[in-house]
Design a protein around this ligand. Structure first.
Ligand code: SF4
Ligand code: SF4
Length: 260
């Protein structure tokens, strides 16, 4: 997941070589390696809203059920907004989606799983000397680094199908990097609940939009209303727009004149 450099351990910011898209690293992963699947144990995987959307579709369940069954919502004292992480199995500590032949949701696996062993960091405000960068995570259990295949950062991202995930996470990334979070204005319980619903619990957000007075309060054109009924990606973008209006006070939505 892209993140502010300030949120990364100092060792990554200062000591890990920063890689540009055309820089290369040596790595290969595959079922023939002795470590196959080891990286899917006891691991913290932060899910983006688009990850949740893809996974709940892959499983054919709604977002509320997916979140209840497969995620945790950790609360750290300095945490600005809700995050969700994939819940490992209680007994074996392995990812619930790890099967005998590898990842059972491979086509829809989260961004962080696609990128591994690459991580990404993004300064809040890029400058000529402080640009977004990638870095290689090296863990002892991973034998992939001993393989001789050389690959560029760009080709790795492309080969793992991570571009679509990055593109779809653009609005969420802007939301999480917003200046609002720099102020000493913690979200109220209600705002945190709104954030969680609009970003992660999309099926509940859809019911909120269509089964309350929401559409009487906001001007939304008919074509978009129709799209919001079935298109989760459109609903996610709409939800982010609504959060920017409701939490940041931006003019990203228009209220109806007679909407009371
Ligand atoms: S530990 Fe590394 S090489 Fe082994 S399966 Fe996981 S990512 Fe691939
Ligand atoms: S989602 Fe797939 S790749 Fe990611 S940790 Fe689980 S089993 Fe491994």
């Amino acid at each position: 997941m892209s993140c502010e450099t300030a949120a990364l351990p100092q060792s990554i910011i200062c000591e890990t070589p920063r890689m540009a898209l055309d820089d290369c690293f040596t790595f290969r992963c595959g079922p023939d390696l002795a470590c196959f699947g080891q990286c899917c144990h006891d691991v913290t995987i932060v899910l983006t809203p688009y990850d949740v959307l893809r996974l709940k579709h892959a499983m054919g369940i709604d977002s509320t059920e997916f979140l209840e069954k497969h995620t945790l919502t950790p609360r750290a004292p300095d945490q600005k907004f809700p995050i969700v992480i994939l819940q490992m199995l209680d007994d074996t500590k392995q990812c619930p989606f790890l099967g005998e032949r590898g990842c059972s949701v491979y086509h829809d696996r989260p961004w962080a799983c696609r990128m591994y062993p690459l991580g990404a960091a993004e300064p809040k405000r890029a400058t000529p000397t402080d640009q977004p960068f990638h870095f290689v995570l090296r863990e002892d259990l991973c034998r992939g680094h001993a393989e001789s295949t050389r690959v560029s950062v760009r080709d790795w991202i492309s080969s793992q199908g991570a571009e679509a995930f990055e593109m779809m996470s653009g609005g969420f990334k802007e939301l999480t990097l917003h200046d609002f979070w720099e102020g000493d204005r913690p979200l109220s319980q209600q705002q945190a609940a709104m954030f969680y619903m609009a970003c992660y619990d999309l099926d509940r957000f859809r019911r909120f939009v269509f089964e309350t007075r929401f559409l009487q309060l906001f001007e939304v054109d008919e074509a978009r209303i129709e799209a919001l009924r079935t298109d989760d990606q459109e609903l996610l973008e709409f939800g982010i727009q609504w959060l920017r209006f409701s939490i940041f006070g931006e003019r990203s939505m228009k209220m109806r004149r007679n909407g009371t």
